[in-house]
Every structure is written in C-alpha cells, then in structure tokens.
Design a protein around this ligand. Structure first.
Ligand code: NAD
Length: 430
C-alpha cells in the first residue's frame, strides 16, 4: 500500500482484540509474519494484563531486570531489582555499595507520606478574603476528603493539612488550595485527585470564584526520601578520589548544564527501581527535577563533603512518591516478584531503598568521571551491544566486543568488519 493511501483512522481500534489490532497495524506498516509473531509474544506479562494496564495494546516491551548486590541499608542486607536498558547502571550501584559495605552501608529516612493535591481558583477579586474563607473551612474540608477514601482513613491515612496560596499569573491572581493527604502505601495520585475534584465545587461556592484544575502536584516535597553514606578513604582509593568527587559535585551544583547530567545519573538508578516495582517513573522524575530547582536555580540533588576524619560523606534527598498498591504495582507480575525480592513491607521502606540506590549510582558515576573517565567501564559493556547490533551471536559477541575494546574504538562498522573476519577465519580453520 502506498504511504498516501494508509490511514491512521482505524475505527473502533480500542475495542478490538490484541490479535485484531496486530493485524491492523501489520497491514498499515507491512510487517512480516516474523514481526507479527514477535509482537504477539508478550513474554512474562500476560496479554490480558497488558490490555488492562493501557489502551490499544499490541504487545509488550521487555527491559532487562538486574539485581543490585552488596546493598546494606539501615543495617539490613538487601537485593534490589532494577529494570533498565542502559548498560553500566546496575554495575555502578553494586560497585558503590561494595565500597561502603564494610563501613555499614547506607542510612535512610523519610519525611512522611504526604501528597499534595491542588485546586485552582479563578475569577475572585478579593483573593485575600477568599484565601481565608477556604482556610476557615478546614474541618469541613477534612470531612469531604476523608469521606472520599474511607479505606485510606482506616489504614491510618487521610487528610492532614490545608494550605491556600495566592499566586500572580498572566491570567491574573489565583488562589491555589493545597490538600495535604497521607496516602500511606499508595503513590496516591488517584486518591488525592478524587478529593480535589470532590472539594472544588465547595471552594467555588465559598468564594464566589470559578475552579479549574484539580490535580495532584508531582513536587511531592512532603514525601522526601533521604539517604546518606560515608565511604572510607581506604575503601575508595585515597584522598585524590574523594577530592575529585567533591569538585565534580561542586561543578554540578554551580552549573545547570552539568547538574542535568549529574541528576540524570542519579535517576538512572532511581528510575530503574521505580520501574522494576511497577511504579510511575515520570512522577518520580518530575518530582526530582522540580525539587532540584526549588531554590530558583537547577542544582545537584546530592551533596558531597569531607568528614572530620577525612572520609567522603554523600547524601541525597528528593521527593519519592512510590507505592505498593495502585498503578501497576499489584497488577504486573514482574513488579510483584521484584517487591518479593526486595522484601519490602511499606511504601516508605521502598522509597528509602530507592534513595540509597540513587546515592550509590551518583558515587560510582562521579568516581568514574573524576578518575578513569566514564567511557572505560561503559565501553566494555557498550561493546557487547554494538557486537550484537553487528549480528554477532553466542561466543562471537564476547570475541567481537573484546576486539573492539582492545582496539580502543567501539563502532558498528568496526564490529561488522571484526565479525566478518572472525567468521571467515573460523571457516578457514574448519
Ligand atoms: P489507586 O487509586 O489505584 O490506589 C490507592 C487506593 O488504594 C487508596 O486510595 C486506598 O483506598 C487503597 N489502599 C489499599 N491498601 C492501601 C494501603 N496500604 N495504603 C494506601 N492505600 C491503600 O492508586 P494511587 O496510588 O492513588 O494512584 C497511582 C496511579 O496514579 C499510578 O498508576 C500513577 O501513574 C497514576 N497517576 C499519576 C498522576 C501523576 O503523577 N501526575 C496523575 C494521575 C494518575
């Protein structure tokens, strides 16, 4: 079919079965039988589960799950599942954790499990009065919120605090109500969104204004996970390594161009655990980056210092809205197994483990950058990917990767040449 004849208007696509959708997509894109069969193989996520999680499902996307070893967190040894497509991420966490294991590992804490829902109020001229009218109704607001989720209240959660802020915008002043809710072991988006929607008509009636958005804030700064750790000089290779890490951190803290990459590295570790446990990676990432910019300038999420004894002290604090119920956590079979491996019994515990992983990741990235450079370790793993891209299979993958690393250049054209040579020499050798 020519490109211009193809239509993306597929009537009733969302009502079709997965097989029907694959057929429609295959016709559109001209997929081969092998490609159709590949799509239809959903691996260890049953197709009916995938079909319940999102819309218009045609397949699944497998991402490797690796285990971070050597993690000792608050005196307890943990194995941490990480789902990522990026090489070096799992190894980085294992390495960092090994270098602080004998010194006790990571210490973590949490500020609470409170999420914020926002209600936007417009078209009020007396914004100061409106703000106070809202704050005066705290008891009624508590009742409305808690009635939305009796189960959450029974579990010890529910409405906790009320804030009303006046902000100046290009559409004029607005009164923004914050409902602050303890969501316990849930990430809480649906829980607090329901409360915000239930409350909005009352806020409009009390103030004579008009409400617009009613949605949680991903800047979950009442749900901060914290991790700290001390790496002994003898365990990391001496004072030069320590000072290299600290000046690398100072660079990130002073320069948003560097901070973006520095924090991306932290999120390499964090998002991998968030994903492996079926949590919302975008929610955690949005919260992390907004928190990194909370003082008006985007900066490092971690801090690195020298202790009184000359050791290296690292710390990390960031919003961590993750849950054990809701979303995909209870539906995705791999997420359920990941939580079993972690042996976690609360969202708080999970959030604290994730913060420790983020700190470990940052240690390894900064250490590599400040010493040998990131490419040495990275390239060895990357070389395997390039070898596979060149078509290497089985033992060929290692052989091609080794040759690329030995040559100091990891490129697809060189991998293809290496593979060709390897195959012809093995043919010649019989
Ligand atoms: P949810 O509504 O499915 O589950 C939470 C509910 O589970 C609670 O309201 C409570 O009634 C019940 N519950 C049972 N056991 C509980 C326990 N031990 N602790 C707390 N609650 C318990 O899920 P959710 O956590 O409210 O929402 C998470 C989902 O919302 C994620 O999939 C996320 O992707 C999605 N989401 C995110 C955003 C955003 O981040 N901006 C917006 C909308 C939706």
């Amino acid at each position: 079919m020519s490109d211009t004849k193809r239509s993306s208007r597929i009537a009733g696509f969302h009502r079709q079965t997965i097989a029907e959708r694959i057929a429609a997509v295959s016709e559109f894109a001209g997929l081969t039988d092998a490609e159709r069969a590949h799509l239809a193989d959903t691996g260890n996520l049953p197709p009916e589960t995938a079909d319940r999680l999102i819309e218009n499902v045609v397949g699944t996307m497998n991402i490797p799950v690796g285990i971070a070893t050597n993690m000792r967190i608050d005196g307890r040894d943990r194995l941490v599942p990480m789902a990522t497509e990026e090489s070096s991420v799992v190894a980085a966490v294992c390495n960092a954790a090994r270098q602080c294991y004998d010194n006790g590992g990571f210490t973590t804490s949490m500020s609470g499990a409170r999420m914020i829902a926002q209600v936007q109020l417009l078209d009020v001229s007396d914004v100061q009065h409106a703000r106070l009218r809202i704050l005066e109704r705290i008891d009624e607001i508590r009742t409305v919120c808690d009635e939305c989720d009796p189960l959450l209240v029974k579990l010890g959660g529910g409405f906790r605090e009320l804030e009303a802020r006046i902000i100046e915008t290009r559409s004029g002043p607005m009164v923004i109500t914050h409902l602050i809710v303890d969501t316990r072991d849930a990430m809480g988006a649906n829980a607090v969104n329901t409360m915000a929607e239930a409350l909005a008509p009352r806020i409009a009636a009390w103030t004579g204004g008009r409400t617009n958005l009613r949605i949680l804030s991903n800047l979950a700064d009442r749900r901060l996970a914290r991790a700290r750790c001390t790496w002994r000089l003898a365990d990391i290779g001496g004072s030069e390594v320590r000072d290299g890490i600290i000046t690398a951190y100072h660079f990130a803290d002073a320069d948003p161009y560097r901070a973006a990459t520095h924090n991306k590295g932290i999120m390499n570790g964090i998002s991998a655990v968030v994903l492996a446990t079926g949590n919302d990676t975008r929610a955690v990432e949005a919260g992390a980056h907004a928190y990194a910019a909370r003082n008006g300038r985007y900066a490092s999420l971690t801090h690195w210092e020298t202790t009184h004894d000359g050791d290296l002290a690292g710390s990390l604090e960031l919003p961590m809205a993750v849950g054990l119920v809701g979303g995909a956590t209870r539906l995705h079979p791999t997420a359920k197994v990941a939580l079993r491996i972690l042996g976690t019994d609360s969202a708080e515990d999970l959030a604290r483990v994730i913060a420790a992983v983020g700190l470990a990741q940052n240690f390894s990235a900064l250490k590599a950058l400040a010493t040998t450079g990131i490419q040495k370790g990275h390239m060895a793993l990357h070389a395997h990917n390039i070898a596979m891209m060149a078509g290497a299979v089985g033992d060929e993958i290692d052989a091609v990767a080794r040759a690329l690393v030995a040559g100091g250049k990891v490129r697809l054209d060189l991998a293809e040449a290496e593979l060709k040579q390897l195959r012809s020499s093995s043919r010649l050798g019989g």
